[in-house]
Design a protein around this ligand. Structure first.
Ligand SMILES: Nc1ncnc2c1ncn2[C@@H]1O[C@H](COP(=O)(O)OP(=O)(O)OP(=O)(O)O)[C@@H](O)[C@H]1O
Ligand code: SF4
Ligand SMILES: [Mg+2]
Length: 338
């Protein structure tokens, strides 16, 4: 168990109304995040994995206050202080968002096509709470970061359209790192890329983390992915999400070797093979299971297990009784009646 937490989340809830306007019916909502609790340690890579609609991005957006949570706690731990993220606003929220950066899936849309790479990398820092920066120093920093992510300092004056998808994702990563954040949220950063490019970007993220850790700088990741195999390669610990709930959480190695929730088995068996991405060290082949799709909406307050309608092992009890949390190990839990 990690003793130094960077961020912790307790009993987080977020619902979205399915209907808008004056005539919207009461109670017609989707439970996007439903009683989610986890923490991310310092220098740890934590994965949120699940099918489309399972609530991964909503959870991440709650962490940076792009959405307001309905209830629950989000605490950011700095030295001896703990910040209540839900209460942040104005300058303190701005300063927090410099420490927790969000990288989006689609760099083509998140990089302004009219700006040069230099402007993209430095636009945030110019307005940062740290105040004014020396121009020459800023350009040197941007150039060295660009080289670190595998591009050239000569690229600073080019526009995003001149780069491939993989290169644009490298630029997004460089932009995320420019403010020296403590936590980088990578929301499906490799999902839209070719398999071979995926492996290169994952390797880059690992190298960036290692180099910062060696230099004594904290850098943690919240890594969001559909593909459990990809997440197992990159992450230290993984939470498997379904219908806004965490179904199973464990170290990546443990989860690969021995997972207990039928949904985890389903995700492993459906993870598209990427032979350029190795397994976590020391593992066995994950169990085979049923077919994969996208998460159905979680709307009504169901009494039983939220996976019951798709589970190949569902019993009568599963439909009426919520499964309790079981701990096969101190740092491994799952929610299932089996
Ligand atoms: N702004 C919003 N308004 C209404 N519903 C939303 C909103 N954002 C998300 N939802 C709904 O909340 C649920 C969870 O969505 P979320 O985007 O968090 O899932 P996800 O796991 O990130 O999926 P994906 O893998 O497709 O990105 C979905 O049913 C989605 O339709
Ligand atoms: S509680 Fe029942 S329905 Fe839910 S995952 Fe376990 S066996 Fe399947
Ligand atoms: Mg998402």
């Amino acid at each position: 168990m990690m003793d130094k937490k960077l961020i912790s989340v307790a009993n987080l809830y977020k619902r979205f109304n399915l209907e808008a306007g004056f005539f919207a019916r009461q109670g017609n909502y989707v439970k996007a995040v439903n009683d989610v609790s986890f923490f991310i340690g310092r220098n740890e890579s934590y994965g949120l994995v699940g099918e489309s609609g399972s609530g991964k991005s909503t959870t991440a957006r709650l962490l940076v206050k792009m959405y307001e949570a309905d209830s629950g706690e989000i605490s950011f731990h700095e030295q001896d202080d703990s910040i209540n993220v839900r209460l942040l606003k104005g300058a303190s929220l701005k300063s927090y968002r410099e420490k927790v950066k969000y990288i989006f899936q689609d760099p083509a849309r998140s990089l302004n096509p009219r700006m040069s790479i230099y402007e993209i990398l430095t636009s945030g820092i110019k307005w940062s709470t740290a105040g004014a920066h020396d121009k020459k120093q800023l350009r040197d920093e941007a150039a060295s970061l660009l080289e670190e992510v595998g591009l050239s300092s000569m690229d600073l004056d080019r526009k995003p359209s001149e780069f491939s998808g993989g290169q644009r994702q490298r630029i997004s990563i460089a932009r995320g790192l420019m403010m020296k954040p403590k936590l980088l949220i990578c929301d499906e950063v490799v999902s839209a890329l070719d398999v071979s490019v995926q492996a290169q970007i994952l390797k880059l993220l690992i190298d960036l983390k290692e180099s910062r850790n060696k230099a004594g700088m904290d850098l943690s990741f919240l890594f969001i992915a559909h593909n459990l195999k990809v997440a197992s390669y990159f992450c230290d610990r993984i939470a498997v999400m379904y219908k806004g709930e965490i179904m199973e959480e464990a170290s990546a190695k443990d989860l690969w070797k021995e997972h207990y929730h039928p949904y985890t088995s389903l995700l492993f068996s459906s993870a598209i093979g990427n032979d350029s991405i190795p397994k976590p060290a020391d593992n066995t082949t994950p169990a085979e299971s049923a077919s994969v799709g996208s998460t159905p909406l979680s709307t009504a307050d169901s009494a039983g297990c939220s996976f019951a309608s798709r589970c190949p092992h569902a019993m009568e009890k599963c439909k009426i009784e919520k499964p309790e949390i079981k701990f096969p190990k101190d740092d491994h839990y799952f929610c299932c009646h089996l």
